[in-house]
Design a protein around this ligand. Structure first.
Ligand code: URA
Length: 242
């Protein structure tokens, strides 16, 4: 329930003077080098405005979330290593390029993380996808692992861990522990996330300094029920049922 003051900045194209630009709340910044926050561009901010609006219906929520997820996946893939790769173009010239060499897989934290699988599949055809179900234990109120189904060769893969909302970080921390117990080194895990609380992001980044976090926005804080504020409510409910 800590809240950091959200920065408000003028946003818009550079041909407009600052005095004519609308202002919007932009992401908080973090000083952790393993956390990448997508730049608060006018496009990203308008997509986030759509999904934060309580009056946005399910079809639009899915459409605009998918656009943000796509941006997260593309940025996440930028963190994977590439090797030199020269090709010949149809006009007979060579182009010195690069290609990714290696195997990846997605691991979604159920249920909300499954919403990010399609965006990953759109960028990485026939990607293997595993699942982890972690829920709060009614008795201890601590996160508990209920189910995991992961590719058997996961230790040889880069893992894109998927969960749209990073609140306290309890589930994400446990998910990384599960991946590490399967032999995945921390520095081959990338955590893709739409909205993080500052405390969740800092917790996670400090506990696993080699795991890379890519998030679209670091919000203001958590409320007394551990919802992210201003947030967007329950992501899974809005994506799957409302
Ligand atoms: N999960 C959600 O769906 N929303 C929150 O605000 C926090 C966790």
């Amino acid at each position: 329930t800590t809240e950091s003051q959200p920065p408000t900045e003028a946003v818009g194209p550079s041909y407009r003077p600052v005095t004519q630009k609308p202002t919007a709340t932009v992401s908080n910044s973090l000083s952790h080098s393993n956390v990448t926050i997508l730049p608060s561009t006018p496009q990203l901010l308008s997509l986030l405005t759509m999904i934060r609006d309580k009056n946005t219906g399910r079809a639009d929520f899915i459409f605009y979330s998918n656009r943000i997820i796509r941006l997260l996946v593309e940025e996440g893939l930028n963190h994977l290593p590439v090797v030199e790769h020269e090709v010949t173009t149809p006009v007979g010239r060579t182009y010195s390029g690069v290609k990714f060499e290696g195997k990846i897989c997605g691991v979604s934290i159920m249920r909300a993380g499954e919403s990010m699988e399609q965006g990953l599949r759109e960028c990485c055809r026939s990607v293997r996808i595993g699942k982890i179900l972690i829920q709060r234990d009614e008795e201890t109120s601590k996160p508990k692992l209920y189910y995991e189904k992961l590719p058997e060769d996961i230790a040889d893969r880069w893992v894109l861990l998927l969960d749209p909302m990073l609140a306290t970080g309890g589930s994400a921390l446990m998910a990384v522990d599960v991946l590490k117990s399967k032999g995945v080194p921390e520095d081959r895990i990338l955590f893709l996330n739409l909205i993080a609380s500052p405390e969740g992001a800092v917790n996670f980044a400090e506990r696993f300094p080699k795991v890379r976090v890519v998030t679209a926005f670091v919000d203001q804080g958590l409320d007394e029920k551990n919802y992210i504020v201003p947030g967007l409510g329950d992501f899974g409910d809005r994506f799957y049922t409302m």
